[in-house]
Design a protein around this ligand. Structure first.
Ligand SMILES: [Zn+2]
Length: 282
């Protein structure tokens, strides 16, 4: 296995992959995020400038990846979005996403500008950090806008790695009942509520899953997906490879190898690693 800082690692697949779930912050914020992680959750395998982290990812064989960040307090929405826009412009392969905090004034106007002028592909929300319900009524005009423009909403929901009062899948269910046309990606395959997440996949055709931190051997998530993988086959067009890079306590290769070990067919994996996500990120 390569060392965690190896520049030589190349993804063992005959095509470049697309990663739907990668985090990028301004370096100073990144350092604060990492400090928090290492004090409360897990050590971070990859710590470097955002530019160097993006270069390393491309060198692995990742052609496109998302810029996901999130807000932990009001008042930083616009400056963080400007950084995201500028970073995307100077970083080949980086696809920008914005983040909103429910209840902040100006959310709708900000999102409209990001989508129509700045090319943001969607929004990311992290209720573990923002501590707001995703179906807060103040965000409904934003969801309406997103559904109309075919934007993507990447949501962390479920009890993994730990729950709070805002992470229950029921909030996503309420939201999708109100906005069945909202393209949504449920991170971590809905972990640890895997069974419920698959039931929701049946009910909501615009709901997708990402594989972030699932199938990996780590103390954070259990390596073994607890359901038979056959249950995923009907959703072969709606499952996306994601990693949580760089905020992971193991090598990037493990995110790939875990899926290679799971027993999917070549064609399923090509969709998961590349085609499904290339399709939605254009
Ligand atoms: Zn994440």
């Amino acid at each position: 296995m390569e060392t965690e800082n190896s520049e030589k690692y190349k993804i063992p697949l005959p095509y470049d992959i697309v990663d739907i779930h990668t985090h990028f912050f301004p370096h100073r914020m990144f350092k604060a995020v990492w400090r928090f992680f290492e004090e409360h959750s897990w050590r971070i395998n990859y710590k470097d400038t955002p530019e160097a982290l993006a270069t390393r990812l491309r060198n692995f064989g990742v052609s496109h990846f998302t810029i996901l960040n999130y807000l932990h307090k009001p008042g930083i929405r616009d400056s963080l979005a400007e950084w995201t826009r500028d970073f995307a412009e100077r970083t080949p392969g980086a696809i920008p996403f914005g983040s909103l905090l429910a209840g902040e004034p100006g959310n709708l106007a900000a999102a409209a500008k990001w989508f129509t002028e700045w090319g943001f592909r969607g929004l990311k929300t992290q209720p573990l950090v923002s501590r707001k319900p995703i179906n807060d009524p103040s965000l409904y005009p934003v969801y309406e806008l997103m559904a109309g423009q075919e934007k993507w909403f990447i949501v962390h929901a479920g009890t993994a790695p730990y729950p709070n009062e805002f992470t229950d899948l029921k909030f996503l269910e309420y939201l999708l009942k109100d906005f069945p046309g909202l393209n949504t990606i449920l991170a971590h395959m809905g972990g640890f509520d895997f069974d419920r997440a698959l039931q929701m996949m049946e009910e909501f055709p615009n709901l997708h899953l990402d594989t972030t931190m699932i199938f990996v051997e780590t103390y954070v998530f259990d390596a073994a997906y607890p359901l038979p993988i056959e249950r995923l086959l009907p959703f072969e067009d709606r499952i996306h490879f994601g990693s949580d890079y760089p905020n992971i306590p193991y090598n990037y290769s493990e995110a790939i190898n875990g899926i290679l070990r799971a027993g999917f067919s070549e064609s399923f994996m090509k969709k998961l690693f590349r085609e499904n996500t290339a399709g939605i990120l254009n």
